[in-house]
Design a protein around this ligand. Structure first.
Ligand SMILES: [Zn+2]
Length: 117
């Protein structure tokens, strides 16, 4: 968001600095450390399909990973959606703490391996 407060000798005033004229993070942070590798690989693959793609939202809903994106080109959406669906499925079987493969939880909770249950 442009026009954030920055401190100068004369006090605080709103200005455009280099950091705040950048668009908001293009890749939101991964919600769980155990999913970081899945998420990083997803982004790598998404950029290969569409280098101008923007991830709108990454969130956890009822324990499940949900990734919302905007492709630069409608024609690329099917490939993009396939990549995301694959990672959303894989996340269900990945411990949110350490990334170990685990069983899909029976309840809407984050998956945890036996060590982290
Ligand atoms: Zn674990």
């Amino acid at each position: 968001m442009p026009g954030q407060l920055h401190q100068h000798d004369s006090g605080w005033y709103a200005t455009l600095c280099e950091v705040h004229v950048q668009p908001p993070h293009r890749w939101p942070a991964c919600p769980w450390p155990g999913w970081a590798l899945l998420y990083a690989r997803l982004i790598t693959n998404l950029v290969r399909v569409d280098e101008d793609l923007v991830v709108d939202e990454v969130e956890v809903r009822d324990g499940e990973l949900r990734v919302e994106v905007r492709a630069s080109d409608e024609a690329r959406m099917p490939a993009v959606m396939r990549l995301i669906a694959g990672v959303e499925d894989a996340a269900l079987m990945t411990c949110v703490v350490c990334g170990a493969e685990t069983d899909v939880p029976h309840e809407p909770v984050p998956p945890l391996c036996p060590e982290h249950c």
